[in-house]
Design a protein around this ligand. Structure first.
Ligand code: ME8
Length: 705
């Protein structure tokens, strides 16, 4: 039997997942479902990357052990994968891989031992001990070369990672090195196959990186610097580099180097895999991983496919520090899973970056799903209910009715079968090239065509004339048969809606096991009793939903700040990141969506006062913060830091009356004490601040009640 293996990256267990992580899982899940439909035995892996300094630091910050930190994040991941129908029970992943599994240490140690014995293509030891001197970014879990960091502005300061804008760690210690520099030719050979790294643009990127020359890679840290990881076999003073450990998960999960998974899954049976990754980690997958495998004498992956990144509607990269990530619990609360899946695959041109905004998601759901596919399904089935006693009518047209049917706009059966067959072939072709957006365009062209046929044929008029019964039946059969095809084609993208379409059509075969390649026009049997007609995608009220999302986001933000401040109290004060007020690194997995009323006494605890801005200025190296002083009727003006620098020129604020939270505990930001908070509305998708002010004259210090 044919087999197929698809993986997502294993995500860092330092913070909770967001839309970006969900996206890769959706893409991999879609591919896995399509393979399963074709009768191919498929194994789908996702999971978490749980070792390394990154996790150690997050654990420390949250007052947990590294294992507790990993468990906490995994718990949330599992909740979310279940909510989004991506878990095993819903036909999604087959393994949620965790690098803290003992079988993984066993397997990765075996890979290390093999590499340690290996010779490079140039006949030298693949692994050697040396001394590493350089800079390391904990967030990337990567060593940084000069062109990958920003030099410090003042002496004695470390450089900053260009990706994470965080300070780098100086590493100066004994280390094992992997002799990557000897693998350039072997790697370039691999890239000769056009299918190995995809899409083409990414393949070229990787090729030129390797052709530019490779440096040896430090693959261990001293145990005294990083203890949370897999010890180097035979040298426990060293901990394996987290990427060596993490990448190897793809083979240990299916049984390489360990009996447990070998028995359960089978390495030979499923390897090689297709690795679906974001372009941010392409180098690790397309350069380091193949080189490790070459050294270990293990077959290469089937392909490494890199997608683009989701950015916010204004084109900014999504980041927790900017507070513009799309949170999974908000998505899950307001949108059907299939609408999210459809949107992700339709909106992002695969390989390029895509903009994600709730408003776009609502628009697409309403136009393509509620008015498009959903409407086609409900109008067709309702008419079958009404005009054909709820049974699938006959599609054939006899010779004497052919002309009348043609005049009514009813396509000939062979013509519509050809159109559909061609669209299906194109759909599959695009799908196999990961051009999901193009594939879905093909499917929606069919929706439009059949919709048009119905509108032209006006079955509601045909129903008034008994002589037109055959034509009426023919229209409805064509629409119903098209829906059956669409259900099969769209199942990998929209499993719930596809099942629903088939169920409402009265079909009992599992749509998740029907291969679109085998669809034949006319297999929908006349006389089948259709089932209760239910809307597939109810319309979303845009204004109301946007309002609710905004409310929910601020609720979530507040609860997160609360979690954070409790946590920081436990640890004593720790620096608050710039711009992190709304979205902390973690949300309490269970504390979302609770609408709490407060007593007036609670409100009275907040001391809101009228203030007048006296001075305002920027802060060096903090492009989001303004430092303002505000007269709130006290002896001395208050100093306040506000995250509004991207929206307000400091000069424009001087003399302005604002509202200040006067009894907020002072806190330090960027070395300045902030002695209050100004109030602003958070507007639009990007949460643009608009400062609250007064239409009438009010004295400084007046209390708001
Ligand atoms: O890199 N848009 O984990 P990670 C699209 N542990 N996809 C996004 C995204 C965005 N804005 N943000 C994240 C790691 N992703 C390592 C991987 S694998 C052996 C080790 C997705 O938690 C995308 O798949 O930083 C990206 O490659 C991945 O999350 C990075 O996840």
């Amino acid at each position: 039997m044919k087999t197929f293996y698809v993986t997502t990256p294993i995500y860092y267990a330092n913070s909770l997942p967001h839309l970006g992580h969900l996206y890769t899982m959706i893409v991999a899940d879609t591919i896995a479902r399509s393979k399963r439909q074709q009768g191919i035995e498929t194994f789908f892996l996702t999971g978490t990357d749980e070792h390394g300094i990154n996790i150690e630091r997050a654990a420390q910050k949250n007052n947990r052990t590294p294992q507790e930190q990993a468990d906490y994040v995994v718990n949330y991941f599992k909740k979310m994968t279940e909510a989004f129908g991506l878990d095993t029970a819903h036909g999604g992943y087959d393994i949620f891989m965790r690098t803290t599994e003992p079988f993984h240490s066993e397997g990765v140690s075996e890979v290390w031992r093999r590499v340690a014995k290996a010779k490079t293509p140039k006949g030298r030891d693949a692994l050697y001990k040396g001394h590493y001197e350089g800079w390391f970014c904990a967030a990337c879990a990567a060593y940084k070369t000069e062109d990958e960091y920003a030099k410090p502005t003042s002496e004695g300061e470390p450089p900053t990672c260009l990706i994470h804008e965080t300070k780098l760690d100086r590493v100066s210690e004994e280390s094992y090195f992997f002799r990557l520099s000897d693998y350039d030719e072997a790697l370039l050979n691999l890239y000769e196959s056009a299918d190995f790294v995809r899409p083409e643009s990414r393949r070229n990127e990787v090729k030129s990186f390797v052709a530019g020359g490779l440096q040896d890679l430090s693959v261990s840290r001293l145990h005294s610097s990083v203890s949370w990881g897999v010890p180097v076999p035979g040298d426990p003073n060293h901990t394996m580099y987290v990427w060596f450990d993490a990448l190897t998960n793809y083979i240990t999960a299916i049984g390489f180097g360990n009996e447990q998974q070998e028995k359960k899954v089978g390495f030979e049976k499923f390897w090689p895999a297709l690795h679906m990754v974001g372009k941010d980690i392409l180098r690790f997958h397309a350069v380091y991983w193949p080189a490790f495998l070459l050294a270990a004498g293990i077959e290469q992956p089937r392909a490494i496919v890199a997608h683009g990144m989701w950015v916010d509607p204004s084109g900014r990269k999504m980041s927790k520090t900017l507070g513009n990530t799309i949170e999974l619990d908000v998505l899950n609360k307001f949108f059907p899973v299939d609408a999210i899946r459809y949107f992700c695959l339709r909106e992002m041109v695969f390989g390029q970056d895509g903009r994600f905004g709730y408003e776009n998601l609502i628009d697409r759901t309403n136009s393509d799903l509620a008015s498009g596919l959903g409407n086609l399904s409900s109008r067709t089935l309702t008419m079958i209910q009404r005009y054909c006693n709820g049974r699938i009518p006959a599609g054939a047209i006899t010779d004497e009715n052919r002309l009348a049917a043609k005049r009514a706009g009813v396509e000939d059966e062979t013509a519509i079968a050809d159109v559909l067959g061609h669209a299906r072939d194109e759909f599959i072709r695009y799908f196999d090239e990961f051009a999901f957006s193009r594939a879905l365009e093909e499917a929606w062209a069919i929706v439009a065509r059949v919709d048009k046929m119905i509108s032209e044929a006006t079955p509601w008029d045909l129903a008034k004339d008994p002589n037109q019964q055959q034509t009426l039946n023919a229209v409805l059969y064509r629409a119903a048969e098209t829906l059956r095809w669409l259900g099969v084609m769209l199942y990998p993208v929209m499993p719930t809606a596809a099942r629903e379409i088939h169920q409402q059509l009265g079909l009992t075969d599992d749509v998740g096991r029907i291969d679109a390649r085998g669809l034949r026009w006319g297999d929908l049997k006349e006389g089948v009793q259709i089932q209760e007609v239910k809307p597939l995608f109810p319309r979303i009220d845009k204004a109301k939903t946007m309002e609710e999302i905004r409310e929910q986001k601020s609720e979530v933000g507040e609860q997160k700040s609360e979690v954070r401040s409790q946590e920081s109290e436990k640890q004593g004060s720790r620096p608050v990141e710039e711009g992190s007020g709304q979205h902390a690194t973690e949300a309490d997995a269970g504390a979302v969506g609770v609408a709490n009323f407060i007593d007036i006494a609670d409100f009275a605890k907040v001391e809101l006062r009228v203030g007048e801005v006296r001075t305002a200025g920027r802060i060096p190296k903090a492009d989001k913060l303004l430092l303002i002083t505000v007269d709130i009727g006290e002896e001395k003006p208050r100093q306040i830091l506000a995250g509004i620098a991207q929206y307000y020129e400091p000069e424009s604020l001087v003399g302005r009356k604002i509202v200040v939270v006067a009894n907020l505990k002072p806190r330090k930001l960027r070395g300045y004490e902030s002695q209050g908070m100004l109030l602003a509305a958070s507007v639009g998708e990007e949460g643009k601040p608009v400062i609250a002010t007064f239409a009438e004259d009010v004295p400084n210090g007046a209390r708001l009640k």
